[in-house]
Design a protein around this ligand. Structure first.
Ligand SMILES: NC(=O)c1ccc[n+]([C@@H]2O[C@H](COP(=O)([O-])OP(=O)(O)OC[C@H]3O[C@@H](n4cnc5c(N)ncnc54)[C@H](OP(=O)(O)O)[C@@H]3O)[C@@H](O)[C@H]2O)c1
Length: 334
């Protein structure tokens, strides 16, 4: 059984940290764009200051790992109380975004969506200095990058679009996969940041505004949403038909119909553990981003809109703050 703390719609894509060295035998070692760490060792984290804006589930874990890796870290969160426990790791809690980013070498944003990211960075504007590397790690969709890139250009920031794969567990253990796109001159600093939060970085493009990372993130999350809604719906169908869901799990055990994600999510339902690894309302946000992107691309999706309707129904039933696996409740009247 996989680690239950990793159970989440935002995918745990693996477990082993890698430095991208082909000699290490990592399953994803040959992915084009994977950065061999030896090629471009950047500055020492001890000499760098990173501002983390947005300390929700993901931002909190990333800020702590940055501090533990030796960066000087300043954090700001709209709800200050959520950031305050980071002080135990030496993180300085700032009252405003501008205070957090002052003289920072890098800014890492981890907001729920594009508008929140843009609003915070606009608030930070007076503290930003030209040349600062801005790594945006939220799942914000490619469309939002146009305005973010405009703001970056206006302030001379080096924007790296860097959505992450992996949920609360991988974020806490520094095992995220970073889907990065940004200019080469941003990479020495960005790579040091990514080394502290992730197990591997895929550099996909040199133009952050083209949204290569954000587009790949939506593709992955469409698959994840398909799996999670399928698991939730199938467990509820079993119950409705008088079938023990564990008999269903036993029937598919060990074969190609038995992905680890099914095990994790079905177990969460069967044990009633809806602790948010990624909140259902956030998954609904992603489903909306996926639908918008597909419509712009002229791609007809059928499962995705149905899945979004399911998440919306569960949210209306009061499950928005629970883990996405609470999609299960959408199968039943409130
Ligand atoms: N959790 C995961 O498994 C996971 C994995 C990969 C990627 N992601 C993505 O990473 C991002 C953060 O996810 P999360 O799970 O950390 O979400 P979260 O726990 O809900 O945190 C969201 C963050 O955004 C802030 N925020 C929301 N609306 C805001 C606004 N209008 N103005 C200022 N701040 C605002 C929140 O501040 P408050 O604390 O004040 O509400 C909080 O810091 C999302 O884009 C998500 O899709 C999540």
């Amino acid at each position: 059984m996989a680690d239950m703390t990793n159970a989440n719609m935002e995918t745990n894509t693996g477990t082993a940290r890698t430095d991208g060295n082909p000699a290490r035998g990592d399953a994803e070692q040959d992915t084009p764009g994977t950065r061999p760490a030896e090629q471009d060792a950047g500055p020492d984290p001890a000499g760098l200051t990173v501002a983390v804006l947005g300390t929700g589930i993901m931002g909190f874990a990333m800020a702590r790992n940055l501090a533990r890796a030796g960066f000087a870290v300043r954090a700001w969160n709209r709800t200050r109380a959520k950031a305050e426990p980071l002080a135990a790791d030496g993180v300085e809690i700032a009252d405003t975004p501008a205070a957090a980013v002052a003289d920072a070498d890098a800014v890492l944003t981890a907001f729920i969506d594009g508008p929140a990211t843009l609003a915070a960075m606009r608030e930070a504007a007076m503290g930003l200095r030209a040349g600062t590397v801005w790594t945006q790690t939220g799942t914000i969709g490619p469309e939002a990058l146009t305005e973010l890139a405009g703001l970056a250009q206006a302030h001379g920031l080096r924007l790296v679009d860097a959505p992450v794969l992996g949920s609360k567990g991988p974020a806490e253990s520094g095992q995220l996969l970073v889907l990065a796109a940004g200019a080469r001159d941003a990479r020495p600093v960005a790579d040091r940041v990514f080394d502290a939060i992730g197990r591997k970085t895929l550099w996909l493009d040199e133009d952050a505004s083209a949204g290569a990372g954000s587009r790949l993130k939506l593709v992955v999350n469409n698959w994840v949403l398909t799996l999670i809604n399928g698991a939730a719906e199938t467990v509820s169908l079993a119950e409705g038909l008088g079938v023990d869901p564990r008999d269903f799990l036993e029937a598919v055990a060990g074969g190609p119909l038995d992905p680890g994600y099914l095990r994790i999510k079905a177990e969460a339902i069967l044990t009633g553990d809806y602790t948010p690894q990624f909140a259902l309302s956030g998954a609904l946000k992603d489903a909306t981003l996926i639908a918008d992107a597909a419509a712009r691309a002229g791609v007809r999706l059928d499962l995705a809109p149905a899945g979004a309707a399911r998440l919306r129904r569960a949210e209306e039933q009061g499950h928005g703050a629970e883990d996405t696996v609470a999609s299960y409740f959408a199968s039943f009247p409130k």
